[in-house]
Design a protein. Structure first.
Length: 219
């Protein structure tokens, strides 16, 4: 729960510190500008609020690892929600409005997470999770998108918290069913492991030696 809050606060702070002109730069999400990614974070925050307000009585059917669905190909931007996100981001026009919306909804999502009972069960995506597992899954979401936000910025804001990077790597390795090479930094393991950048020849050789699965396209 605490790591969710720290990761989310760090990401929102990074958005707040990103100059307006940099919102039009590419992000680490293929096909999305930084402003598109920020708009996606608004939708993410709405999802957190909706899920925390959707109690479930059934036994959990997923946890922080099985919450994630592994796709067989990277996103193309043709998904209707992805396309809508780009149109919504452009519609804001004034960067202040986009930042305000993220701060407004994002702060509410953070407060709701802090007030939630970690043992309670919630429903989302036709699954039931404990609140603790749901918020743990979002540590990976916030950390990856923090890296996406700063991927191509000339003067990047502070990186994700070290604890969030380590926790996200551990989750990704559990999803992959194998560990990434110990020589990889947590950042490299996350970026290479999710197909956000190509490994060097030496890193590729290590991955094959370790029989590590990569890339994993998560949804």
């Amino acid at each position: 729960m605490d790591l969710f809050a720290r990761s989310w606060t760090a990401l929102r702070t990074a958005v707040a510190e990103t100059p307006d002109r940099d919102l039009a730069r590419p992000s680490g999400c293929a096909g999305w500008l930084v402003r598109d990614l920020v708009c996606h974070l608004v939708i993410d925050a709405q999802d957190v609020l909706i899920t925390l307000a959707t109690p479930a009585a059934a036994e959990p059917t997923a946890d922080a690892v099985t919450y994630w669905q592994v796709q067989d190909r990277p996103p193309t931007g043709e998904d209707p929600l992805d396309a809508l996100t780009v149109r919504l981001a452009a519609a804001y026009e004034d960067p202040h409005l986009l930042r305000f919306h993220l701060d407004d909804v994002g702060s509410a999502a953070g407060r709701a997470a802090g007030l939630a009972d970690p043992t309670a069960r919630v429903g989302t995506r036709d699954e039931v999770l404990t609140v603790a597992d749901y918020l743990d899954a979002y540590v990976l979401e916030w950390t990856l998108h923090h890296l996406d936000l700063t991927a191509h910025l000339p003067h990047a804001p502070a990186p994700p918290p070290a604890e969030g990077l380590a926790r996200s790597r551990a989750l990704l390795e559990r999803i992959a069913g194998t560990a990434y090479p110990a020589s990889f930094t947590d950042r490299d393991a996350l970026l290479i492991g999710t197909g956000r950048y190509d490994p060097t020849p030496a890193q590729r050789a290590e991955l094959h030696t370790a029989a590590a699965r990569f890339p994993l396209f998560l949804a």
